[in-house]
Design a protein around this ligand. Structure first.
Ligand SMILES: Cc1cc2nc3c(=O)[nH]c(=O)nc-3n(C[C@H](O)[C@H](O)[C@H](O)COP(=O)(O)O)c2cc1C
Length: 80
């Protein structure tokens, strides 16, 4: 049985980029590819017309810390 501390956690959020362009999305992807494996974080990201949906999976403390960083930069809103 997996210890709770080691359990895989998941955060799914939707956000709207206030000033979306391809360069910004490329930059975000570069950060994710660079940092996420190091922090044992996996997931996926969908971008469409300035909306982002991202799935973050990994240890609870790591994905929480990352989500706090992300949400400090973009408004995160509940899905319609
Ligand atoms: C929509 C969005 C998604 C992001 N996703 C990730 C991510 O998965 N991994 C990551 O390391 N940074 C991601 N970032 C970038 C972080 O907000 C942050 O800039 C990055 O982690 C670098 O943090 P640092 O300046 O403390 O090194 C994302 C940013 C935005 C706006």
């Amino acid at each position: 049985m997996t210890h709770t501390e080691d359990a895989l956690h998941q955060i799914i959020y939707i956000s709207r980029l206030t000033d979306p362009d391809e360069a910004l999305v490329t930059k975000i992807l570069q950060k994710a590819l660079q940092h996420n494996p190091r922090n044992h974080i996996t997931g996926m990201m969908l971008c469409a017309d300035g909306d982002v949906m991202q799935v973050l999976e990994g240890p609870k403390d790591r994905i929480t810390a990352l989500f706090e960083k992300i949400s400090a930069r973009v408004p995160v809103r509940p899905p319609k």
